[in-house]
Design a protein around this ligand. Structure first.
Ligand SMILES: *Cc1c(COP(=O)(O)O)cnc(C)c1O
Length: 368
């Protein structure tokens, strides 16, 4: 079986986790959490970072801290993982799904402008598969309309615009350390921001509504959550983060191998990398721009020869979980029916990548 995703865990990680398991208790129980947060904020270039048990939790904390609540609307792309919309619902607000760009596969800037109403409180910008959304332009639109920008950079650690990490352009950004992501802590996430007040609120909410400035033990000042990361997870994160540059480099090699193979194929588009940007290349994705839909047949064909490819995220309006009618966001539906994720784990061999390419090619030649 050629798996589609699997982290790279080395002796370096083993040593960090071993130390945390053996020594990270009592007065040292926050040692790796503090270290991971500090290292992470330095690495991405944000003033503040708070480690959480998941990226979804980090989104929930941030939205709660921004005061997103009943009566508010939050704009996001129809193509998103469910984790991005769930916190909007938990805050009591209404998600407004807009279409994607067929180039970046991220939220369309023009569609955002048309979706803004007097109730719009925030825009969530997801950097899908490491691809970079038009974040600078979107921040300008948001400023002009007095609304917040939230960046879901769960998949985009290592993606940069002019050397600046995505996730640091909006009011806050979040990252995921799920086992499939750019780096892993098993499960885990990170909240980043340059806003000291917002950060303070998130820290209090993240630890049972308790402030670090409160002198009394066990004294909550708010009803919070318990989404903080464990010290053992943070130890794994510290080790992975130190390897980030080489992990990104490897992901980029894997994507480039696929891109190179398919470059002469008409109507096949893979993850783009515009000038002055770096794409983390988290998830190599084939988009087959033909009228005819061949996703399901192609996935089936790959599965039969033990290649674990995946469908891309469904349009959220197609799930029936939300009030918004399905099929309005034409690009989202068109793209999703014609795109698949290819295997891209760190240790995949060139032979295996070649096998994947040949299998896809064989199927396309036969079908198109
Ligand atoms: C993985 C992912 C999340 C959720 O991350 P968790 O750490 O699993 O909570 C959110 N948004 C996007 C775009 C993701 O890919």
């Amino acid at each position: 079986m050629i798996p589609y995703s699997k982290p790279s865990i080395t002796n370096f990680e083993h040593q960090y986790v071993y130390d945390a398991v053996v020594n990270g208790w009592g007065e040292d129980c926050f040692h790796y959490i503090d270290k991971f947060e500090k290292m992470f904020s330095q690495k991405v270039g944000s003033l503040f970072a708070a480690a959480t048990s998941s990226c979804t939790g980090a989104l929930q904390l941030g939205m709660h801290a921004l005061g997103i609540s009943k009566g508010d609307e939050v704009i996001l792309a129809d193509i998103n993982w469910i984790a991005t919309v769930a916190p909007i619902i938990h805050c009591g607000a209404k998600p407004v799904f807009v279409d994607i760009s067929l180039e970046s596969w991220c939220i369309s800037k023009n569609k955002i402008e048309r979706a803004i109403t007097k109730n719009t409180k925030a825009i969530i910008v997801t950097h899908l598969y490491g691809n970079i959304a038009k974040i600078k332009e979107i921040v300008k639109i948001a400023e002009a309309n007095d609304i917040y920008v939230i960046e879901d950079a769960a998949e985009a650690l290592g993606s940069k615009i002019d050397g600046r990490q995505v996730g640091t352009f909006g009011n806050f950004g979040v990252f995921s350390f799920h086992g499939t992501k750019m780096i892993t802590t098993g499960e885990g996430g990170m909240f980043v921001s340059n806003d000291p007040e917002l950060f303070e609120k998130v820290c209090v909410l993240n630890n049972h509504g308790r402030s670090t400035k409160e002198p009394r033990h066990f004294w909550p000042t708010d009803i919070g959550y318990k989404f903080k990361m464990s010290n053992i997870q943070a130890a794994l994160g510290c080790a992975q983060l130190q390897r980030l540059d080489s992990l990104v480099k490897r992901k980029r090699e894997i994507l480039n191998f696929y891109k190179n193979f398919f470059k002469d194929y008409e109507n096949i588009q893979m993850n783009i990398e515009p000038n002055k940007t770096i794409n983390s290349s988290w998830m190599p994705t084939l988009f087959i721009q033909r009228e005819k839909e061949i996703r399901n047949g192609l996935l089936e064909c790959l599965k039969n020869i033990n290649i674990d490819a995946r469908p891309t995220f469904w349009p959220l309006t197609s799930t029936g979980l939300f009030d918004q009618k399905s099929n309005q966001n034409k690009n989202s539906y068109f793209w999703q029916a014609r795109s698949i994720n290819l295997p891209s784990y760190h240790d995949i061999t060139e032979e295996n990548q070649e096998m994947v390419c040949e299998a896809v090619k064989g199927y396309l030649d036969k079908t198109l």
